[in-house]
Design a protein around this ligand. Structure first.
Ligand SMILES: [Zn+2]
Ligand SMILES: [Zn+2]
Length: 543
């Protein structure tokens, strides 16, 4: 079993203080919520492992939730070095036999530490003494299909039931958690310095209007120059673009036709390596046509904009001698392949990593000194309430991969809006002011976290059934103090998997219980034939 005395770290200064605080929470053995906020590379994992050590010493079980199960390999390795044994793993890909064995080991208390996905919250722990939610700001913690819940909130409920402390960990906490700190509901612990001699990476913007890439390319000369320099010094570089495939849009140059999904309001994304156009919403795919389906012109279809495949093509042409590795969720097949890729980077068999969101997770790449963000503006559009907050969190997380050891790190953001508050926050590293501004924008209108949202999504197999049902909901909307209903309006994804969609949004003051209001509202409205109403409480997606 994991041994708390196996290989304890030597902690000093603020690290030692924070570790002591966390240990005290565990020793108290009562319900508490602590937000552990630490800059990337500050040793958060190492420090919360001391809380796990205290939990083991007290003879209780600990549960650690990771946002991405692919991360578990690197995490498990660190855990084994600290405790001399591996933790139990829990996720949906676990085979049937292992599932039963793990379930029993958790129930009888022999599994002392469980690391896993959000479903691990429902395991029958015998003596749960600590829950840790790593990367608490990650929306991946919210289950998008089936039962809708935010794993962070569920972890808090679970901890309260078990009278155990819960620790929420992040370099860029959600505004929700910061508001809870402000209201005195959460304790707040901070790590302001990077571990050892590492310093925070220097972040700057590349103004794409002033220094554009060559025609048909997507990397500006300043960025390619910096990559060449880093590789020349024997260091590693990374390019980040949060978009899979080759190009997000295929357009006919002759007639202007755009290749669209037959089932969704969405463009088909070219995946050149697989010779297909595919829909990222419903999975529809078709071979890349040779002629335009509308005007039949041959060779007129043109890819517009870059995906990670196209950036890889450009990088191979620009850096012909570099050893390049692509990390994208559709090219890495499962946790084992991801672990192997991470291992190759650590062994310095790779000069340039090109990746999507998966590279943003908590990886430790000691030789990586340069990160280039191909399109820093990508997440800002779309009218999502949390677009700015999420972009800051994601890009800061990616930036945090740079310069985690001796050599200092550098981060370059390609942007057409370098003056945007998001870019300014990333450059200055002053997230506190940024989050305060976010808070001030949301507070007056009672937007989350100062109010609550419930999304009602009406979908139907005919446009009429969807619209009539949505209109009926709008007409019968609750009229209560502190409650407002926005919509109905066609959803941004107006058609998804062949179903026509409309949305309504209920916004309520924080102290109002929304579930009974919604239940009563739905009881008064009869959906049209073939129509369905889905309820999403505290939505994270507005599509
Ligand atoms: Zn055409
Ligand atoms: Zn589709």
């Amino acid at each position: 079993p994991p041994d708390p005395a196996h290989c304890p770290p030597r902690l000093e200064g603020e690290q030692a203080q924070v570790a002591d605080e966390l240990r005290n929470r565990v020793v108290e053995a009562s319900f508490s919520i602590t937000l552990l906020e630490g800059v990337t590379g500050s040793g958060k994992t190492e420090i919360y492992m001391e809380a796990i050590a205290a939990c083991l010493e007290a003879g209780r079980q600990a549960l650690v939730l990771l946002p991405e199960i692919a991360l578990s390999a690197q995490w498990t390795g660190r855990f084994a070095r600290r405790f001399g044994a591996e933790p139990a793993l829990w996720h949906s890909d676990l085979g049937g036999r292992l599932r039963r064995v793990t379930w029993r080991a958790v129930a009888d208390g022999t599994a002392r530490v469980v690391v896993g996905a959000r479903s691990a919250l429902f395991l029958p722990f015998d003596r749960l003494g600590l829950i840790i939610v790593d990367e608490e700001h990650e929306t991946a913690f919210k289950q998008e299909d089936g039962v809708t819940y935010h794993a962070r909130d569920m972890a808090v409920v679970r901890a309260r039931m078990s009278r155990a402390p819960v620790v929420l960990v992040s370099a860029t906490p959600s505004l929700e958690s910061l508001a809870n700190v402000g209201a005195g509901r959460y304790r707040h612990l901070r790590l302001n310095a990077r571990h050892g001699n590492a310093t925070m990476p220097e972040v700057s913007t590349l103004d794409m209007r002033a220094d554009p890439p060559e025609r048909g390319l997507f990397l500006s000369p300043l960025l390619t120059g910096a990559i060449n320099d880093a590789i020349g010094r024997g260091e590693q570089a990374m390019l980040f673009l949060n978009r899979r495939g080759y190009a997000p849009l295929t357009l006919c140059r002759t007639c202007g036709h755009r290749m669209q999904c037959p089932n969704c309001t969405a463009w088909l994304v070219e995946h050149r390596a697989r010779h297909i156009l595919t829909c990222h919403h419903c999975g529809y795919d078709e071979p890349i046509p040779q002629t335009c389906p509308k005007c039949a012109d041959p060779d007129s279809l043109t890819p517009i904009g870059p995906g990670v495949e196209r950036i890889t093509e450009e990088a191979r042409a620009t850096f012909p001698d570099a050893r390049i590795l692509v990390m994208a969720s559709d090219t890495l097949n499962g946790p084992a392949a991801t672990a192997a890729a991470v291992e190759r980077i650590a062994r310095r068999e790779i000069d340039l990593v090109i990746g999507t969101q998966i590279v943003a997770k908590g990886w430790h790449f000691p030789h990586l000194t340069l990160v280039g963000i191909v399109d820093a503006d990508l997440g800002l559009g779309g009218g999502d309430l949390r677009a700015s907050e999420r972009t800051v969190q994601l890009l800061h997380q990616v930036a945090g991969r740079a310069g985690r050891a001796e050599a200092p790190g550098r981060v370059l953001l390609q942007s057409y809006v370098p003056d945007h508050p998001v870019m300014q926050a990333l450059v200055s590293g002053d997230f506190e002011s940024f989050m305060q501004q976010e808070a001030e924008q949301r507070r007056p209108g009672f937007w989350p976290p100062y109010g609550r949202l419930v999304a009602l999504i009406v979908s139907a197999d005919t446009p009429d059934a969807a619209e009539l049902t949505a209109r009926a909901l709008g007409q019968d909307a609750p009229r209560l103090d502190g409650v407002q209903v926005l919509g109905p309006a066609p959803a941004p994804l107006a058609i998804l998997r062949g179903r026509h969609r409309h949305r309504l949004l209920l916004r309520a003051r924080r102290n109002i219980a929304v579930q009974p209001i919604v239940r009563e509202w739905l009881s008064r409205v009869r959906p049209e034939r073939g129509a369905r109403i889905d309820v999403d409480i505290d939505p994270v997606s507005f599509l």
